[in-house]
Design a protein around this ligand. Structure first.
Ligand code: NAP
Length: 492
């Protein structure tokens, strides 16, 4: 493993990926799904060598890593199954009506891969959003060779995962250029890849700064390419008065559990909680304080993340009107000690800094005096991955405007729940309006994520023998298709 892959070696990887592209592109969806199952088997077979290495590199506990490994395997398998069933890349067929005036042509639409995809993973999900994560699985499912820029926070993990993917590719009899990985500690390698004329799309999971920088770089190219960047969020939670009254104590515990899960190092961490100013608020704050103080500080992913956490937390605490209401004493330098602050809605509304993500176990309570103030706060948020409503059924009807505002702001809206925990499923939407992601029309989680790396193509009036397998009359792949508005597996 090269510690810092040279530009010369990266160029070689790009050329190998380009040579592998026509081979992978011409594998039908069943064959690509079979490849993905082979890769999933290889990842599943990685034993303690993987989890122990990652735990050393990231400070994440073994149980969490085993869970994430299983999730990663499930991603590969469920995306493969969606691909093979015809549901992930939908096929539409409108048969000809030659007697119509004017005659209607035969139209058949499926997908072709974009070309080489460069993937940047995040530090906080070393498996599920990294080398072998959802972006790599989606791109290979779409038929695109992938080059990963390994995250410098877990290079040995990335190497082990890369080898597993390579074994799967070998077992499928495909060229090694289907997958490549670059190790680098600065921006040069990533920038080189995103600027490379043979690279046709980028998958990114990480910070807003990184995602936006790569998005801008891709847009400045002579041939601009799509960058699907999933970035940070504060995932606002709106606690309504009736729910505070009926369930305040219970919700306090649940909120703190969600806020501090994984030392707050989740993109869906609920960093801002709106609470009504009324007679139930002091008890609620007392319950939050009690729950928070039971959470021991534990090591964060790495020193850089821990330094940023302390710095960004202090920056918020130093803002006008911000009051510290609970905190855990700091432990060793790298540990993330949880803290909670309170601020009035009027201060929040006049200060953009308070709506910025603090990556770690840090929460802001925004207290609102009435519904109008709550709506003003809701309108202030930028695009979010999630928004959550804690509400009694009888009061939901009075807050229709709040729900309306939130549906314009987020990709997933939760009813009486907290947003940490992202199910891998078709109906999951992981992504949201900018800055949560750079393209809110797509999800980074679930088999639909594959559509990011393929583009639709219509075949008009082609004879059956020349059509791709998924469009042929006999439906040789036995997949689901929409034929003249009917969803069916029937042949034509
Ligand atoms: P990060 O610092 O942005 O790093 C992600 C990757 O991008 C790294 O490989 C990094 O390379 C590269 N990179 C960053 N800035 C770059 C630039 N300007 N030019 C070229 N490459 C650049 O993110 P992280 O600290 O690993 O992850 C934490 C963040 O990810 C949090 O904000 C979290 O909310 C977010 N996140 C989002 C999701 C989601 O699905 N939306 C999931 C997980 C995490 P170097 O490190 O070598 O610079």
């Amino acid at each position: 493993m090269e510690i810092n892959t040279t530009i010369q070696s990266i160029e070689k990887l790009v050329q190998e990926a380009q040579s592998a592209f026509p081979v992978l592109k011409n594998k039908n969806i069943k064959e690509r799904a079979a490849l993905m199952h082979l890769i999933a088997d290889e990842i599943e077979a990685l034993g303690e060598e993987l989890t122990k290495t990652t735990s050393e590199e990231t400070n994440l506990p073994l149980a969490r890593l085993q869970g994430e490994q299983a999730r990663t395997v499930f991603q590969w398998r469920s995306y493969a199954d969606g691909l093979a069933a015809g549901t992930a890349l939908p096929v539409r067929i409108d048969t000809a009506a030659p007697d119509r005036n004017p005659p209607k042509p035969d139209l058949r639409k499926s997908y072709v891969p974009l070309g080489i995809v460069v993937v940047f993973g995040a530090s906080n999900f070393p498996y599920a959003y990294s080398t072998a994560g959802g972006d790599t699985a989606s791109a290979i499912a779409a038929g695109c060779p992938v080059i990963v820029k390994a995250h410098p926070a877990h290079p040995r993990t990335s190497a082990i995962m890369g080898q597993a993917i390579a074994r799967g590719i070998r077992k499928a009899g495909l060229p090694s250029g289907v997958f490549g990985q670059v190790f680098s500690d600065g921006f040069e390698a990533g920038n080189f890849l995103v600027s490379h004329p043979l690279v046709k799309a980028v998958g990114f999971t990480g910070s807003l700064t990184g995602g936006k920088a790569l998005f801008d770089l891709a847009a400045r190219r002579q041939e601009p390419i799509p960058v699907f960047a999933e970035m940070g969020s504060v995932n606002p939670v709106f606690l309504l008065p009736g729910k505070l009254k009926s369930s305040g104590e219970e919700l306090a515990g649940q909120y703190i559990a969600s806020l501090t899960l994984g030392v707050g190092q989740f993109c869906t961490n609920p960093g801002v909680l709106m609470v009504p100013e009324n007679e139930y608020l002091p008890d609620f704050i007392g319950a939050l304080r009690e729950a928070l103080q039971k959470i021991a500080p534990v090591p964060m992913l790495h020193q850089g993340i821990a330094n940023n956490y302390q710095k960004n937390k202090q920056r918020i605490i130093g803002q006008v009107g911000v009051e510290l209401i609970a905190s855990v004493a700091p432990g060793e330098k790298i540990q993330g000690n949880p803290a909670l602050v309170k601020v009035k809605a009027q201060n929040f509304l006049s200060n953009d800094v308070l709506a910025e993500e603090v990556f770690g176990p840090f929460g802001i309570l925004v207290t609102y005096s009435d519904q109008q103030e709550l709506l003003a706060v809701a309108r202030k948020f930028n695009g979010q991955l999630t928004a959550s409503l804690l509400v009694n059924d009888e009061e939901l009807g009075q807050y229709g405007e709040l729900v309306d505002i939130l549906t314009t702001k987020c990709g997933r809206i939760l009813h009486n729940g907290f947003p940490t925990g992202v199910e891998v499923a078709y109906a999951m939407q992981h992504g949201g309006p900018f800055p949560a992601s750079t393209d809110s029309r797509f999800s980074a989680v679930g088999p639909d994520a594959i559509q990011r790396f393929a583009r639709p193509i219509s075949y008009q009036n082609w004879s059956d023998e020349w059509l791709p397998d998924e469009l042929k009359n006999s439906n040789p792949l036995d997949i689901w298709r929409t034929i003249n508005t009917e969803y069916t597996k029937e042949p034509i």
